[in-house]
Design a protein around this ligand. Structure first.
Ligand code: IMP
Ligand code: MG
Length: 180
């Protein structure tokens, strides 16, 4: 198929164009403005994957807002609970603020489940999620995603900030792993 790309050992095919993405992200921005206009929301981008989406999203929200970034890292723990996650970079006082968590993709939902729990402890006035992509059939946690870009099948995608082994983040469109 035309427009296929190779990243390391894998072949990907076009899934969403740059224009389709831009149109949807602009709609999301307008929806967020309607809900949070004049409340000076704090957008928190979960790094690394969401930085491209976050950059476009905030420019589509035409109201005063602040931007913050957080890096989450996970490693295999020695306890039976398995995964332990830590949070780096978030120093802002978020009490009484309107938080919009910006995530590139919600797969199992584990990352967001953990992060939203941490955010609730900071006593925000409101807490919502803007996710560029959601894989509904992979979801294992009960998470409310107020602003959803696209629902996609449970297949691996790259581009628009999402990577395969570090590559593909700079692709303007979204690509899906080619099967077979
Ligand atoms: P979750 O915690 O299972 O929801 O996974 C979320 C994280 O896994 C995302 O923030 C991505 O970094 C990564 N991820 C999940 N699916 C994909 C994909 O299809 N392509 C690239 N990264 C993905
Ligand atoms: Mg991520």
């Amino acid at each position: 198929m035309h427009g296929e790309i190779n990243l390391l050992d894998l072949v990907f095919e076009p899934y969403l164009t740059e224009n389709q993405i831009a149109a949807r992200v602009n709609e999301m921005g307008r929806a967020i403005k309607i809900d949070l206009d004049g409340r000076r929301p704090v957008f928190i981008s979960i790094l690394s994957g969401s930085f491209v989406f976050a950059a476009d999203l905030i420019r589509a929200v035409e109201t005063d807002l602040e931007m913050a970034f957080v890096k989450l890292s996970s490693y295999a723990g020695t306890t039976s609970t398995g995964e332990i996650q830590t949070m780096m970079g978030l120093t802002e006082n978020l009490e009484g603020r309107h938080i919009v968590v910006v995530e590139d993709i919600v797969d199992s939902g584990r990352t967001l489940h953990f992060f939203l729990h941490k955010m609730r402890e900071k006593k925000p006035a409101s807490l919502s999620v803007a996710a560029f992509l959601v894989k509904p059939s992979a979801l294992q946690f009960d998470i409310e995603i107020k602003y959803k870009g696209f629902e996609i099948p449970n297949d691996f995608v790259v581009g628009y900030g999402l990577d395969y082994d570090g590559l593909g983040r700079n692709l303007p469109g979204l690509y899906q792993l080619k099967k077979g």
